[in-house]
Design a protein around this ligand. Sequence first.
Ligand code: ATP
Length: 199
Amino acid sequence: MARRGIFGGSFDPPHMGHLIIAQAMVNSLELDILTWVPAKTPPHKDSANLTSAEHRYRMTELAISGNPTFAISDVEMDSNQPPWTKYLLRRFKQDFPDDELFLIIGGDSLAEFHTWRDYRELWQLAKIAVARRQGEDLSGVDREILDNVKIVDTPLIEISATGIRRMIAEGKSIRYLVPETVRIYIEQHELYIDANSVK
Ligand code: ATP
């Protein structure tokens, strides 16, 4: 029986904020493994400007490589099901019936948690662990939701994928905001240079 974290996202691109939060969650929740799950079509994002799922998956692989506690899953890549978190958690529950599951989300995701499909089912399938995030507004979050999630004391990291895409479109360097391997991948594939990728 393992303590297994699940970290879903669009990872467009994966950045140091994701990595620092993910490692802090591993440390704080004493996770044995944390699986990153790049979404093919994230349910809460406008997918029109999203970088291809293949690029995002490969960048996520590069970002986590070398950390034996991190793993990546392609379950969302070839899924024909709607990309709802309840399906993701049901799938993990089925694949790892003996494990204790922890869903990792950022504070901005918590603020919209009530819009997630059948969200009450989620805390029955996994413990929901939240990393606070700069600029989030949790004042409107229902008491019931707050009672069913755990806000974990993680560092506040003011990095977002949107900010990174904007910097690239403006011709600025993103050194140290993403792992060097990811920076080189972005450069080689000329990702995000079009201002339309900033949304
Ligand atoms: P975008 O700027 O495109 O919205 P993002 O930086 O929020 O992207 P996602 O891939 O959407 O990145 O994030 C996946 C998960 O990680 C979400 O639950 C999000 O809240 C969380 N997250 C991302 N960046 C941070 C951060 N700096 N601190 C805390 N949580 C974060």
